[in-house]
Design a protein around this ligand. Structure first.
Ligand code: F6P
Length: 216
């Protein structure tokens, strides 16, 4: 399973990259706004800066919702760098745009996916990645990880090539469960990635080894 970091914060992206386990980056309008990035020129420049830090797929989300504008905006984003993946919402014009981008060699990430039916549509339209929102599903007392398992089974039976990108990850256990359920990628906040490091027996064991090492 690949690891993407889910942030537009350059320091966090660098920290995850320096750990040596980072395969890509996802952003969304909320994450970009959190960094205070405003205006088209600054937005495009910020994506370019992320592409300089990480050599892997970098998802940049369109803000348009009608076909013509999604295509225009997506082409502008894709022109920033060959690693840019155009992130398109799961709406009617979005599905049409996914097909257009696929036919024109532009990589896509279908976002705001909450059901297996939506994941089938995204795959049919040729999306490179599909993003089911695990945490937000859990927040509504449904089972986000179960959706990952269902999509993984459907894609395997049907031979769909779209990669399952588990999104809206809230903790380290989500990462483990998504790996188990067959996600191809987890996009995670830095804290969730670092959460994988934690085990009290590791800390206790290391302290004991270091103490005994003094007797060597
Ligand atoms: O529910 P959250 O934590 O806002 O996450 C939303 C998710 O949507 C995405 O835009 C989908 O790729 C990710 O950036 C993020 O993981």
């Amino acid at each position: 399973m690949k690891f993407f970091i889910d942030t537009a914060n350059l320091a966090q992206i660098k920290e995850a990259h320096d750990l040596g386990v980072l395969d890509g980056v996802t952003t969304n309008p909320s994450l970009m706004a959190k960094e205070g990035i405003k205006g088209e020129a600054n937005i495009l420049k910020h994506y370019a800066d992320i592409c300089e830090l990480v050599d892997g797929p970098i998802s940049a989300e369109v803000l348009s919702t009608d076909f013509k504008s999604i295509i225009e905006e997506g082409k502008k984003l894709a022109a920033i760098h060959p690693n840019i993946v155009v992130k398109v919402p799961m709406i009617k014009d979005g599905v049409k745009a996914l097909k257009y981008f696929t036919d024109n060699g532009i990589k896509t990430n279908c976002t705001l996916v909450f059901s297996a039916g939506q994941a089938i549509l995204a795959a049919k339209a040729g999306a490179t990645f599909v993003s089911p929102f695990i945490g937000r599903i859990d927040d509504s007392a449904w089972d986000g990880v179960e959706l990952i398992a269902q999509i993984a089974q459907i894609y395997s039976i049907q031979g769909f090539k779209t990669e399952i990108l588990a999104a809206s990850i809230r903790n380290a256990l989500h990462i483990v469960k998504c790996a188990e359920a067959g996600a191809d990628i987890c996009t995670c906040p830095l804290d969730s990635i670092l959460g994988l490091l934690k085990h009290p027996l590791t800390d206790i064991g290391l302290a004991k080894f270091l103490e005994d090492a003094k007797k060597m």
